[in-house]
Ligand binder design. Structure first.
Ligand code: HEC
Ligand code: HEC
Ligand code: HEC
Length: 379
């Protein structure tokens, strides 16, 4: 018995030393040009399948049917994923086909995956394959829209894909636009190429609360926000990737451009249509509760008056403080929650917002966001 163990031990040792010698000798090819051996491919795939299945168990899947969510995810896919995974009916960049493993065509892969598995892979990436992790691990709320989009993706043709990503913008080729002062403003090239799909050439955010309105926003605030994304001081997997490609001159030019556009006419509601039910009882009550929080704060919850820092006209109190007037309710509410959870960041003044909103309860966040989103322009 003892002797048998000795033999097994010796054989094991020989295998380990032999394996180490093979690695040290450098004969194992790491070249991507030859692809994987069949056995290696099988082994890596099996490991991936098991790992993703185990680690995604128990992840709770939210409602992913909302069209605004799907459009938000489509926008990110175009800026952050298309370069490797391609889009429907289109040829992928040649360089990508030289990767080992190659980024798969997700139209074929997605139907085999559960939403929670997609979430896990998009959030964490896959080691040693080139599949990157999400830039901000704290922003699950940005990853679910990508999953919502992927679930629709396998059914899309190119026209439907472009419609989701670019909306109205794909039909537009405006080279100039009217500024708030009525003068004609040339549209910067980068706006057409990089921003328009989500924020619109007109800066109205495509009429969806998932993309903030930039038109008429304070120029200094737009600039510090883009700088914050650029330096990873404001956490957003979508905007960090975009702003990291911008240089200082582009940041200045585009902040100036959007700030000069006519702000949202505040009589419209979130869908960009004239608000017909603005006067519904529930909304009037919500508006009034919001107005009170904005003007006076809530003393026994340590919430100061928002009006101390956020002007009710378009003129900011301080250089880089944002205007909230006419901004989408859903966007405002999301940002307040991000401040509360310390997941937002921003300029050097951003921490002022923590003390200001920490005491707000969820329904109060809805009320004050609603108030600002429909507040008539007092300019
Ligand atoms: C730099 C190239 C690159 C980028 C950018 C990229 N991926 Fe990937 N992705 C890959 C590669 C390579 C794989 C293959 C990994 C493997 O075979 O194990 C992959 C695998 C995947 C898979 C898993 C497929 C499976 O086996 O089930 C999903 C899902 C995925 N990517 C989604 C995305 C999404 C969504 C984005 C954008 C947020 C993205 N990828 C961005 C390279 C990329
Ligand atoms: C894929 C969609 C997408 C594209 C493309 C995009 N953005 Fe954004 N942008 C967003 C989203 C989503 C947010 C909100 C992010 C957050 O939660 O912080 C945002 C936020 C911003 C903000 C902060 C607004 C505020 O009120 O705080 C600025 C400024 C901005 N984007 C500018 C730009 C510019 C300039 C471009 C083009 C160079 C651009 N974005 C391209 C989706 C996009
Ligand atoms: C002491 C000044 C101060 C007070 C009081 C204050 N804020 Fe702010 N708020 C700021 C500053 C500064 C920013 C910009 C942070 C950054 O991104 O750098 C901001 C940003 C915001 C944003 C994000 C806007 C965007 O476009 O992303 C929202 C929403 C907001 N505040 C809501 C509120 C509400 C609601 C209240 C009242 C409960 C409030 N603020 C009170 C200073 C203040």
């Amino acid at each position: 018995m003892k002797r048998r163990w000795k033999i097994i031990g010796t054989l094991g040792l020989v295998a380990v030393i032999g394996g180490a010698l093979v690695v040290v000798s450098g004969v194992i090819p790491v070249k991507a040009s030859s692809g994987h051996w069949e056995i290696t491919r099988w082994f890596l795939n099996f490991t991936k399948e098991r790992s993703v299945a185990t680690h995604s168990t128990g992840i709770k899947v939210p409602d992913l049917e909302d069209r605004a969510l799907i459009i938000k995810g489509a926008g990110h896919y175009e800026t952050g994923c298309r370069v490797c995974h391609g889009k429907p009916d289109s040829v992928r960049p040649r360089l990508v086909s030289l990767m080992t493993p190659q980024p798969p065509d997700l139209q074929k892969i997605v139907p085999q995956r559960e939403p929670q598995e997609l979430f896990y892979v998009v959030k964490h990436g896959i080691k040693m394959t080139g599949m990157p992790a999400w830039p901000e691990l704290k922003r699950d709320d940005e990853i679910w829209p990508v999953v919502a989009f992927l679930l629709q993706y396998s059914e899309l043709d190119l026209a439907e894909y472009d419609e989701l990503v670019w909306g109205e913008h794909q039909k537009q080729s405006d080279q100039s636009i009217d500024s708030a002062e009525g003068t004609s403003l040339p549209v910067p090239h980068l706006v057409i190429e990089e921003c328009a799909g989500c924020h619109g050439v007109d800066g109205q955010g495509r009429g969806l609360g998932v993309f903030p309105r930039l038109a008429g926003q304070n120029e200094a605030y737009l600039r510090v926000s883009l700088e914050a994304y650029h330096h990873d001081n404001r956490l957003s997997g979508t905007m960090e990737v975009i702003a990291s490609r911008m240089n200082q001159k582009e940041i200045q030019e585009i902040s100036r451009y959007y700030s000069r556009l006519p702000p949202f006419p505040s009589k419209e509601n979130q869908n960009g249509e004239a608000s017909s039910n603005r006067d519904s009882e529930a909304e009037v009550a919500s508006f009034e509760r919001g107005a009170e929080i904005a003007a006076e704060g809530i003393a026994d919850q340590d919430v100061p008056a928002c009006a101390d820092c956020h002007s009710t006209t378009r003129k900011p109190f301080k250089n880089a403080y944002p205007t909230l007037i006419g901004q989408y309710q859903d966007y405002l509410a999301l940002q307040i929650k991000l401040f509360q959870n310390r997941n937002r960041g921003g300029s050097k003044s951003a921490n002022l917002m923590h003390a200001a909103v920490d005491g707000l309860k969820p329904d109060q966040i809805r009320d004050v966001s609603y108030y600002y989103s429909v507040l008539p322009d007092k300019e």
